[in-house]
Design a protein. Sequence first.
Length: 369
Amino acid sequence: MFVSYQSIRMRPTLCDDERALLLDRIKHDPALWRAEAWASYSQVRGEVERAKCKAGRDKKRRCEIEIVQRHLDAALEAMAPAPGEPPSEDDGDASAPKHRTVWFWLKQLPRKTKIYYSGAGIERTWSAIHSASAALYMAYDKTELPAQATRLRGLISALPDLDWQLASLTETIREVEKPRGDVPKARARLRQIHLDAMDATDSLQTEARTLRNTLLVASGVLFAILFLLGIMHIVNSCVFKICTTNTDHNAVCPGGRSPHSFDVFTVELAGMLGGILSAVIPLATGERIKTPYRVFNHQMMLKIFAGAGTALAGVLLVESHVVSQIKFESAATLLGYAVFFGFSQQVLTGIIDRRANDLGQKTPAVKSV
């Protein structure tokens, strides 16, 4: 996951003009994950500047600082949108095309979808930032190591299954606090413990991305099925009936007393309303997964489409008399039950909510890594 030191040595640092160009591309892209990565990048960058001031003419430490800088340059390149990728806002960018056609965006869609699904830019950016922050332990002044080790202990304590590293860190803190402690050995140990912590955060981040992608695919498949059912009913309303009869033997349909070609879409929209209402439960009680992947947004999307599916299934079960305890006396009653059926999808999606909540409790804040 992390960039090797051998590859970093072979790669020259960026010049000021190259950094300025990358910063300009990042500035014109409003993606939230870039804002979070930029906050961590800026924090490490500030530590590098401080380390430079204290290093003086110490060649060994200045060499370590150079390694950190190369990691930061790699993070900057990964964070910036690709040269061929248009910025999200054209302000100040004279080279950006002013009139973009539908075909232009369609050509961009496969590549953007692949990048979004794989999280390649996010992974490369955070890998480089993590490597830079780990390499800093080799560049810090000896007097700063105890404070940095204490900060590292806070991060280790927030992550699961790192008991061995926590015990080793306690010994390392005692070593760096000794007047004549083995500082080079302590630096290497701090760096390795930090890398272990970053491995743990990367694993949690991978789990979050996998969960997000699963929710995205499930929502897409469900949307396609529901849309096709609605189109089928428009083309041929005899495929399945949405209308039923009340106790007075009058027809009851979603749009009134007569069937309509959009009855399926009407029921699905009512179910979506129920799905949206059910989102209050994880919103109020759930733990947010603190990674660049917005899992909660995809949870909500799945609830909306699942609500449409359960609403349509529930109305069909009542109409076919499989569920005989419920009677639709009017269109309002039918749509009310559709909203209720849409809300009931919480029984199924609640399993995903619990998984996301468990993952959120294990994940530290993005800015802490």
